[in-house]
Design a protein around this ligand. Structure first.
Ligand code: NAD
Ligand code: AHE
Ligand code: ZN
Length: 371
């Protein structure tokens, strides 16, 4: 079938909006009509050419919501008409990772997904007769996509697509990192580095679990008012610190010895170190969420770990793709998570490059493409 898509033909170049061809679902696969998609910083990262797994041409996008239109042979968990979110962390419920119950990082299709292919090693998209790669197993910058059944989370039918799509990455990553990843306890102190589409969701997750202090760190002061609305209690702008003061000492002072939990939501290895070192001696946990490019490395004095700080990280907030995604949609529908305030820009697919430019200028939190 013909579908409308934004194609990443080459790294570092604007996307090309055109008609591409999509093959129907094969065995174990599902055809989804994507009704809305968010644009995440990770799409920009891959488009930049810095992602070692970035393959081109590809159809990017991994934050979508839509309706099942057709299922391949053997699919039993969803049917045409179901409202769904395609998830880049699938959940086969059979691999050692899923069975361990210790991680959300299902291994069933990770290898082919990382090469931009379906589990059988082929692609469903083509453009001008040539194959086009899939992205993160989702490819939501197209109004129809085909994904494996194990990567389809069924959600309640009354959730609006233009909000539910953000659950497919940003909301779940932020809120999930607090509740399923770091498992922040009530009355904790928390420091959040980066108050963008991920960090603000960490803040609302921390508020939800009853953190008593939430320090937000960002060089863009325009992010502070929304962060406050979401639960930030103290704002720290590293760029505005007086000469001789540093972020780590400041957080240690503000939290009375260091934060119980810190989250890096930027993708900057220098700040990852600061986040670790501003965690409390003896028990502080620093959670890396931001994605840093190939070749980037983190470092600290081992003494920081010997003295009881822990370094961890999360993908998709530690959420299990099919089990936990619908729970986050429920949190929104029940008024426990705010998504409306974070969607600051709505565009048709034709204007998708403008959204990437806005992201580069630090304008707005999330742009949603309505198909
Ligand atoms: P964003 O651009 O919306 O937010 C980043 C924020 O960091 C901005 O507010 C910016 O002003 C601030 N910032 C930049 N440099 C800074 C500095 N030196 N000091 C302090 N603040 C600074 O990005 P986002 O969508 O929130 O994504 C954040 C990161 O999370 C990206 O690296 C993205 O790829 C990653 N991510 C990871 C996962 C995961 O599963 N681990 C999921 C989604 C996104
Ligand atoms: N190919 C990238 C991977 C970047 C990465 O860590 N991605 C996160 C999701 S970011 C969503 O916005 C993730 O899920 N990681 C776990 C996994 O298995 O990929 C790179 O830099 O190599
Ligand atoms: Zn994302």
């Amino acid at each position: 079938m013909d579908v409308r898509a934004a194609i990443a033909l080459e790294p570092g170049k604007p996307l090309v909006v055109d008609t591409v061809q999509l093959e129907g679902p094969r065995d174990g696969e599902v055809l989804i009509e994507i009704m809305a998609t968010g644009i995440c910083h990770t799409d920009k990262y891959t488009l930049s050419g810095q992602d070692p797994e970035g393959v081109f041409p590809a159809i990017l996008g991994h934050e979508g919501a839509g309706i099942v239109r057709k299922v391949g042979k053997g699919v039993t968990s969803v049917k045409p008409g179901d409202h769904v979110i395609p998830v880049y962390i699938p959940e086969c419920r059979q691999c050692p990772a899923c069975l361990s119950q210790k991680t959300n990082l299902c291994t069933a299709i990770r290898a082919t997904q990382g090469r931009g292919l379906m589990p059988d090693g082929t692609t469903r998209f083509s453009y001008k007769g040539k194959p086009v790669h899939n992205y993160m197993g989702c490819s939501t910058f197209a109004n129809f996509t085909v994904v494996p059944e194990i990567a389809v989370a069924k959600i309640r039918p009354d959730a609006p697509f233009d909000r539910a799509c953000y659950v497919g990455c940003g909301v779940t990553t932020g809120v999930g990192s607090v509740i399923w990843g770091a498992k922040v306890e009530p009355n904790s102190t928390v420091a959040v580095f980066g108050l963008g589409g991920i960090g603000l969701n960490v803040i609302q997750g921390a508020k939800m679990v009853g953190a008593r202090q939430i320090v937000g760190v960002d060089i863009n002061p325009a992010r502070a008012p929304l962060a406050e609305k979401f639960g930030m209690t103290d704002f720290l702008n590293p760029a505005a610190l007086p000469e001789g003061e540093d972020v780590v000492s400041k957080i240690i002072e503000m939290t009375g010895g260091g934060a119980d939990y810190t989250f890096e939501c930027i993708g900057n290895v220098t700040l990852m170190r600061q986040a670790l070192e501003s965690a409390h001696r003896g028990w502080g946990v620093a959670c890396v969420i931001g994605v840093a490019a190939a070749g980037q490395e983190i470092s600290t004095r081992p003494f920081q770990l010997i003295t009881g700080r822990k370094w961890m990280g999360t993908a998709y907030g530690g959420a299990r793709g099919r089990t936990d995604t619908p729970k986050v949609v429920d949190m929104y529908m029940e008024g426990r998570v705010d998504i409306d305030d974070l969607i600051t820009n709505r565009i048709p697919l034709e204007k998708i490059n403008e959204a990437f430019e806005m992201m580069g200028r630090g304008e707005g939190i999330r742009t949603v493409v309505d198909y």
